[in-house]
Ligand binder design. Sequence first.
Ligand code: 13P
Length: 250
Amino acid sequence: MTRRPLVAGNWKMNGLRASLAEIEAMGAAYDDALRARADLIVCPPATLMALAGDVAARAGLGLGGQDCHAAPGGAHTGDISAEMLKDAGASYVIVGHSERRSDHGETDGDVRAKAAAALRAGLTPIICVGETRPERDAGDALTVVGAQIDGSLPADAPSHIVIAYEPVWAIGTGLTPTVDDVAAMHAFARERIEARLGRGKSAEVRILYGGSVKPSNARELLRVANVDGALVGGASLTAKDFIGVASAYR
Ligand code: 13P
């Protein structure tokens, strides 16, 4: 089973129109050798989606949203539907990021509904899971992530969904789990996906690692078994660092 690696950049609440030049620069540095080996997508803030969609399409990068509402439209002030993201040029959307779960109280049920909305609109959901520091210290990391996978994946999800394992304590801290801990978690996640979707689909689902991925540690993290790419925050804001991370696949 060969899963094509995916390197996704999550810009979070960063980026103005001037930042679109970074997407152009990413396209210029995403050469044929790298294109042959990995998919690259960028997930800018909502304000830039439509403009970034055009720039990313010219640059040969994919586009993703950072969140979507479960409904296709209606009276939900400030929210964005999966259909709107698709219309702006997106093919992916991140759902259930830990910052959404903590800042906005999103539950596994909310995340499952958002993932289902993404599939309804023809988008690939990138479903995020990950334990907190106290949960890891208590020895509960696998239990917590297993429950998040069970609760956040739509029951009949297709194999093109993406899971992102992002330990909360590794996000924006410069800390990362050991390669052994990453390997153990990703193997466990693969089993839980299999329990939910069946073996055939589970073998095709891409499982990304996220949390303080940088050019200097990408090669070590991305060669771990069952790590099929990265969800990159801070290091996705510049073409230099983002291509530096993706270059682990050269
Ligand atoms: P950092 O790469 O900045 O740690 O962020 C990771 C993340 O949350 C990506 O979704």
